[in-house]
Design a protein around this ligand. Structure first.
Ligand code: SAM
Ligand code: SF4
Length: 350
């Protein structure tokens, strides 16, 4: 089974050299592949606004494995499967199972809105070898979630968190905070996550895509959120690991951790190690990019692995993007340069 899966997948171990040394123009290494499985979604979050249709041609299972294998050989150690909503995509659990069976990367995670994560789906993912799961939830009560575009998902998502915990999957919760949206939910969500024993990741509302009508005054900064939480439960800063998006804080009363993702107020482009690939095989080296690189020709099963390896390596070596840092600089200027229309979040995968 494993041998037949291997066909068309660059080998991690064995005769060929493993390349871990691809550096981009700013000296950054490739560490994480974020692969979107679909651009479709069953929710319509205010900050994301998915177009809710898939591109005409999606990567096949074998193409996804070929891509993950090639990224692994360029130094990528972690895989995050995302979307759109990845639980809408056929083949999620078989993909996790194959990646684990082939030992392509060290860590496989999924980001989901949780609506479809019932007990058997959670069990299937755990048995496939999934290492951890991030579930998005924007409020601690049904009305707040409804207000944020999450429909009537509060109760199912709460159950989903329970199912993931029950099957032993480590869980984190993503909450995007928007002024005039769910700014009043920071404390209730911190309380809920402390009670559930899961880490809350508070994400600053980002200017990804064009459909959400982002404005700077809608951002609640990480500093404001941690100050508010710290007034209820004193916090000790733990810091941000190299290459990580999250800055972590420990509750001094032993209530676990909370973290912030502060792409707007504290950009972390300097050690960004993420390659993003859409469900139809477009590669982006920055979440805020407007143009991607089409990997589909190289992902054609008839193409030797070396073609894909070469394309990925040269794409990474050319990379010099640092959009979040530039945004911060532009904000200080009186007439900032116009920005090309960026790709949408649900297509790019977050
Ligand atoms: N549908 C899944 C979900 O919502 O978890 C996975 C895809 S979603 C694009 C990945 C993550 O991006 C989610 O945690 C979501 O909250 C976050 N996100 C989407 N749009 C955002 C924005 N404009 N700013 C910050 N985070 C955003
Ligand atoms: Fe769907 Fe996730 Fe976008 Fe919300 S953030 S609309 S759940 S893709």
């Amino acid at each position: 089974m494993v041998a037949s899966l291997r066909e068309g997948i660059p080998r991690l171990h064995g005769g060929e050299e493993i390349n871990t040394g691809a550096l981009d123009q700013r000296g950054r290494t490739l560490g994480v592949l974020r692969l979107s499985l679909t651009a479709r979604c069953n929710l319509a979050c205010r900050y994301c606004r998915p177009e809710n249709r898939d591109p005409p041609t999606l990567l096949t299972h074998q193409q996804r494995l070929k891509l993950i294998g090639a990224a692994a050989r360029l130094g990528c150690r972690r895989l995050r499967l995302t979307g759109g909503e990845p639980l809408l995509a056929p083949g999620l659990a078989p993909l996790v199972q194959a990646v684990k069976a082939l030992d392509l990367v060290e860590d496989v995670a999924v980001t989901t809105n949780g609506v479809l994560l019932d007990r058997s789906v959670a069990q299937g993912l755990q048995q496939a070898g999934l290492d951890r799961i991030t579930i998005s939830l924007d409020g601690a009560d049904p009305q707040a979630v409804l207000r944020m575009g999450g429909g009537h998902s509060f109760a199912p998502v709460l159950s989903a968190i329970g199912h993931a915990q029950a099957v032993g999957l480590p869980v984190k919760i993503n909450m995007v905070a928007m002024a005039h949206g769910n700014g009043d939910q920071v404390i209730p969500m911190a309380r809920l996550c402390r009670r559930l024993g899961v880490e809350l990741r508070l994400i600053e509302y980002m200017d990804v895509g064009n459909r959400n009508g982002w404005r700077p005054e809608q951002v609640i900064t990480a500093a404001a959120m941690t100050a508010e939480i710290g007034r209820h439960w004193p916090l000790t800063p733990v810091g941000r690991q190299h290459g990580s998006t999250a800055r972590r804080w420990r509750y001094q009363d032993g209530g676990g951790f909370v973290s912030t993702i502060a792409s707007i107020s504290e950009p972390f482009c300097g050690d960004c190690n993420r390659l993003r690939v859409t469900a139809d095989g477009m590669a982006y080296t920055c979440l805020f990019a407007s143009r991607g690189t089409d990997l589909k020709p190289a992902l054609d099963p008839r193409q030797p692995d070396a073609v894909l390896m070469h394309q990925l390596r040269s794409l990474w070596r050319r990379r010099q993007d640092r959009y979040s840092e530039e945004r911060a600089l532009q904000a200080q200027q009186t007439s900032p340069a116009p920005r090309p229309i960026p790709a949408e979040m649900a297509y790019m995968g977050g």
